[in-house]
Design a binder for this molecule. Structure first.
Ligand SMILES: NC(=O)c1ccc[n+]([C@@H]2O[C@H](COP(=O)([O-])OP(=O)(O)OC[C@H]3O[C@@H](n4cnc5c(N)ncnc54)[C@H](O)[C@@H]3O)[C@@H](O)[C@H]2O)c1
Ligand SMILES: [Zn+2]
Length: 350
């Protein structure tokens, strides 16, 4: 089939393009090559790829990129926490207006199959269990607690310590920052599009994706890229809070394989007119401190420094239960944490 990959020049998009080409599909990449995501010119087009520089907010550009396309993989987005709230219009423009323009063009073109790059940020905090109150939902952490080094959210009913668990797709949605809000709106727009066009929308809620080709450290980069960039400069990775934040680090090739499989089987896993979300994680939670140590060890130092700094929009623990994706797509993550971090420690950034 022929697939339009928006954001095809980006970190994950590039791996999705490679996965689709390796499986014998034709690819049209569509990417605005944003300065916030690209320090320089975009990568060269692959053999068999049509590479279009264009913005998803531009209806004419999207419409011509969609010609002859069978399915869409929507990866384009502004990512990360950003610098400050002044970034909000840019996030909403790229991520939500852009998604609306893309979906409207798909509706006009009679296209029915969409795989969206979703995100675990839609959950806010992950799943927590109180020994007395069962599953509870702690609210955003107060700045005075963070400043005092009290990083763990406590039971909202009794103040007891909580045990973190794996978040499933039916967990309550609670976006905690502008980026998270725009990722959730992308899902709601996709669901509305599917209902009104008899389309099939699948959102792969990626957890913390890492691997070769990650952007260098910018206010928009993920934590693995920040640590990797520090090591490349000969500096210690600076670990915020106490390093005990739990995440699911999933390798970019595994994520790309999930996206390619979802595109091939969207008609089997989703009924017409529906939206379905799938966690996309490795199933192997680690703390941010462990990740920093694994990278630093593989790089040959310097050792990480735990700084106690914090960022207000960050959540403490969020780790994935990806059973639904494994069952529906027969997908299995193949890159283990230790091997993936060893490779990443020596890999090129973008
Ligand atoms: N990296 C992660 O850990 C992670 C986790 C969860 C979800 N995601 C999602 O995965 C997708 C890809 O993220 P990534 O990490 O590869 O980021 P990235 O910044 O490397 O790639 C995003 C690409 O989208 C392009 N883009 C942004 N706005 C655009 C617009 N208006 N028009 C056209 N192109 C535009 C950028 O130029 C960039 O090449 C995003 O939707 C992101 O929200 C990423
Ligand atoms: Zn309690």
């Amino acid at each position: 089939m022929r697939v339009l990959v928006t954001g095809g020049a980006g970190f994950i998009g590039t791996h999705v393009v490679d996965a689709l080409l390796a499986r014998g599909h034709e690819v049209v990449s569509y990417d605005a090559v944003l300065a916030s995501a690209h320090g320089g010119p975009p990568r060269a087009a692959r053999a068999g790829e049509r590479f279009v520089v264009g913005d998803v907010r531009d209806p004419d550009g999207v419409e011509s990129a969609l010609a002859g396309v069978d399915a869409v993989c929507h990866q384009a987005a502004m990512v990360g926490l950003g610098k400050d709230f002044a970034d909000a219009p840019a996030y909403v423009g790229c991520n939500d207006l852009g998604t609306a323009v893309l979906l409207a063009a798909m509706a006009r073109a009679g296209l029915r199959d969409l795989v969206l790059a979703g995100s675990m940020v839609v959950y806010g905090e992950g799943r927590y269990v109180c020994a007395r109150h069962g599953v509870v939902r702690p609210g955003p952490r107060a700045e005075k607690d963070l400043a005092a080094g009290r990083f763990e959210p406590l039971c909202p009913s009794c103040g007891a310590e909580l045990a973190p668990g794996l978040v499933a797709e039916d967990a309550p949605l609670d976006p905690r920052n502008v980026y998270a809000t725009t990722k959730l709106a992308q899902e709601h727009l996709s669901a509305a599009w599917a209902r009104s066009t008899d389309g099939r929308a699948v959102s792969l809620r990626y957890h913390n994706v890492y691997g070769p080709g990650m952007p260098r450290d910018t206010p928009y980069a993920g934590v693995a890229a920040l640590f990797r960039s520090a090591l490349a400069r000969g500096e210690a990775p600076r670990v915020f809070e106490d390093g005990g934040q739990r995440r699911d680090f999933v390798h970019v090739r595994d994520v790309a394989a999930a996206a390619a499989t979802a595109l091939e089987s969207v008609r089997d896993v989703a009924a017409a007119g529906t939206f379905t979300a799938f966690n996309t994680g490795s199933g192997d939670p680690h703390t941010v401190g462990e990740m920093a140590r694994a990278l630093a060890d593989a790089h040959g130092g310097p050792a990480p420094v735990v700084t106690g700094e914090y960022r207000l929009g960050d959540v403490r623990h969020v780790t994935a239960d990806s059973a639904r994706l494994r069952a529906a797509l027969g997908w299995r993550p193949e890159v283990r944490f230790a091997a993936g971090m060893r490779e990443f420690a020596g890999a090129e950034l973008r």
